[in-house]
Structures are given as structure tokens and as C-alpha cells.
Design a protein around this ligand. Structure first.
Ligand SMILES: Nc1ncnc2c1ncn2[C@@H]1O[C@H](COP(=O)(O)OP(=O)(O)OP(=O)(O)O)[C@@H](O)[C@H]1O
Ligand SMILES: [Mg+2]
Length: 308
């Protein structure tokens, strides 16, 4: 199997703080590989090590056949990278931005024109090419930033939270682009903290406190939860949560908005037992429903299992 990205126990320490802790994985050509984790989990630090920007403190790896320690410069030339704070020059026009980035990637003449055309197309710029970037809508800017990062047509893309702060409709639109790139054979490594986005990836690694705690396709990750998962909607839910979380038959309880998700042993008659407990404690208005596990359930369970 052909792997475009392969890392073996890469670690990054800043002083005595370990931001990325012995992380190993590989990404197949054409795969959409997601890194899902909360703030500070180590997603950007990992991506920077893969892009040849940060040197790992320990561990080994390759990106596009280049060593992440000795081949950093070659890696930079052979990848597309949209950093978390990637921004186009807001005061330059669309054309000036693409011209600038194209030149940075060593493009000129016909090739530059051709690739600029492609970037304009995926960003759906229409006739706004001579407008300054700051006047464009957020979703268009985001797509243009993606277009600018792949002007040199690299085989691997690293996208660090490319859709953060973008509304759900524009996010979907952006994901259509990612699918298209993957279908065209590009390998896409993407980080996110949106669970719904993680569902779009071929495989995802759950990362927390610098460690990968689970790695698989979204479907298999959810299948790996052998417990029953229930949704409890209830009045005074904070109070109810404390009660539920302490019940001996509850393995995990987690708050999702104003819902409570409960995990218990497979086959356990949770509805009956929980209803009895809640009534005994004076709760009258609630509903309990068995649901399919979400990635969030997997995340919470795995994090607890790892003592995080
Ligand atoms: N240059 C640095 N020096 C010291 N600590 C750093 C440095 N860069 C990152 N860190 C720390 O390493 C941890 C991981 O940071 P990182 O940016 O990789 O997280 P992240 O998963 O990308 O989070 P976010 O969702 O907020 O972008 C954080 O605690 C951060 O404060
Ligand atoms: Mg980050």
C-alpha cells in the first residue's frame, strides 16, 4: 500500500512540556485523513512537523518520500499547506494575491495563468478578481486561500482547521472541494474540532493532550463502542447529570448541549432502571431514548479510558 505520510512515534517538546507525544500513523495516497481534537491537543504542532516547519524532538517520518528531519526544504516545496491562521493579503486584490503566491511557488507565464484560473474557479470568484480580498465573503476567502495554497499542484495537502469560524453551509461547500481533490488523487490531511466534519474523513485520529487515543474510520470507531448509548432529555439537567453520572449502572455520562448521553453495559435495561431512579429522586419530566453512538461518544469514552 502506498503511503504518502508515514510517522513513527514523533514527539515535540517545548521545554519540559510535551505537546505531541509519540504519535504514529500513516496516510494513504488519495485518503482524507482527519485529526480531531480539542484546543491545545497538539494538532497544529503535528501538522507543522509534517510540513517541514518544526523539527520533531524525537521520532521519525516521511512525507512524499522526504524525511521530516533532513528533508524539510524539499517537503515545503512538495506540499500545500493552509495554516490555521493562513490569510491572504487583505489589502491586495484577488489577482495580486494569486500572483504573489504563484511566484513564491516558482510559477510563471502560461503555467501561472492556468493555475490562477483553477484557483479562481474553485473559489467561484466570478468577476471579482480585481477586488481587494477584504471585501469578499468569508466562505469565498476560505476557498481562495485553499486555491492559493495549491497553486503549484502539490500531491499532498495539509489543512489546519480550514473551516473554523465558517458557517455550516459554507463548510459543506468547502468539503465538496476537499472531496474533489481527494477524487483527483490528492492526499488530504485535515485537522478539525468539528465532529460533523470528522464524519467526512476516510479515517480519523482522535488526539488529546498530545496523544492519539483512537484511529479508524468513523464507522468503525462508532462500532468499537460496545456499550448501549442513550439520550436523556430532562428538566434541571445539571442536577440530573450529577445523579446519573454517579449511578453504579452508568459507565459514562456526558453533557451535549442540554442533552445527556449515557453509556451502559450492553443489554442492560437502562430505560427501566434509570426511570425508577429519576422518579425516586423527584424528577417527573424526562425522556430516555436509545440512540446510535456519535463520534463524540467515542471521543468522551476513549478520553476517559485513557485517564484524560
Ligand atoms: N512554540 C511553542 N512553545 C510552547 N508551547 C507551545 C508552542 N506551540 C504550541 N505550544 C503548546 O502546545 C500545545 C499544543 O498546541 P497546538 O497548537 O498544537 O494545539 P492545537 O491542537 O492545534 O489546538 P487549537 O485547536 O487551539 O489550534 C498547547 O498547549 C500549546 O500552548
Ligand atoms: Mg491548532
Amino acid at each position: 500500500m502506498e503511503h504518502t505520510v508515514e510517522v513513527d512515534r514523533i514527539t515535540k517538546r517545548f521545554g519540559d512540556f510535551t505537546a505531541v507525544d509519540e504519535v504514529s500513523f500513516s496516510v494513504r495516497r488519495g485518503e482524507i485523513f482527519g485529526f480531531l481534537g480539542p484546543n491545545g491537543a497538539g494538532k497544529s504542532t503535528t501538522i507543522k512537523m509534517l510540513c517541514g516547519i518544526l523539527k520533531p524532538t524525537a521520532g521519525r517520518g516521511h512525507v512524499n518520500g522526504n524525511d521530516i528531519i533532513t528533508g524539510q526544504e524539499r517537503i515545503k516545496e512538495s506540499i500545500g499547506y493552509m495554516s490555521q491562521r493562513f490569510s491572504l493579503y487583505e489589502d491586495l486584490t484577488v489577482r495580486e494575491n494569486l500572483d504573489f503566491f504563484g511566484t513564491v511557488y516558482g510559477l510563471d507565464g502560461k503555467r501561472l495563468k492556468e493555475r490562477m484560473g483553477y484557483a479562481l474557479e474553485i473559489a467561484e470568484i466570478g468577476d471579482r478578481v480585481d477586488e481587494v480580498v477584504k471585501t469578499l465573503p468569508a466562505g469565498m476567502k476560505q476557498r481562495l486561500a485553499l486555491g492559493a495554497s495549491i497553486l503549484h499542484d502539490p500531491p499532498v495537502l495539509f489543512l489546519d482547521e480550514p473551516t473554523s469560524g465558517v458557517d455550516p453551509i459554507m463548510r459543506r461547500n468547502f468539503w465538496e472541494l476537499i472531496y474533489g481533490l481527494s477524487r483527483a488523487g490528492k492526499t488530504v490531511f485535515v485537522t478539525t474540532h468539528y465532529m460533523d466534519e470528522a464524519e467526512h474523513c476516510d479515517r480519523i485520529a482522535l488526539i488529546i493532550a498530545g496523544k492519539i487515543i483512537a484511529l479508524d474510520s468513523p464507522a468503525l470507531l462508532k462500532d468499537s463502542l460496545d456499550q448501549g448509548v442513550y439520550l436523556l432529555r430532562i428538566e434541571r439537567f445539571i442536577e440530573a447529570f450529577d445523579l446519573v453520572a454517579d449511578a453504579e449502572f452508568v459507565d459514562e455520562a456526558a453533557i451535549f448541549g442540554s442533552d445527556i448521553h449515557i453509556l451502559c453495559s450492553p443489554g442492560f435495561p437502562l430505560e427501566k432502571r434509570l426511570e425508577a431512579l429519576l422518579r425516586k429522586e423527584g424528577f417527573r419530566s424526562f425522556s430516555i431514548e436509545k440512540i446510535n453512538p456519535t463520534l463524540e461518544d467515542v471521543f468522551v469514552t476513549q478520553a476517559r479510558r485513557h485517564g484524560l
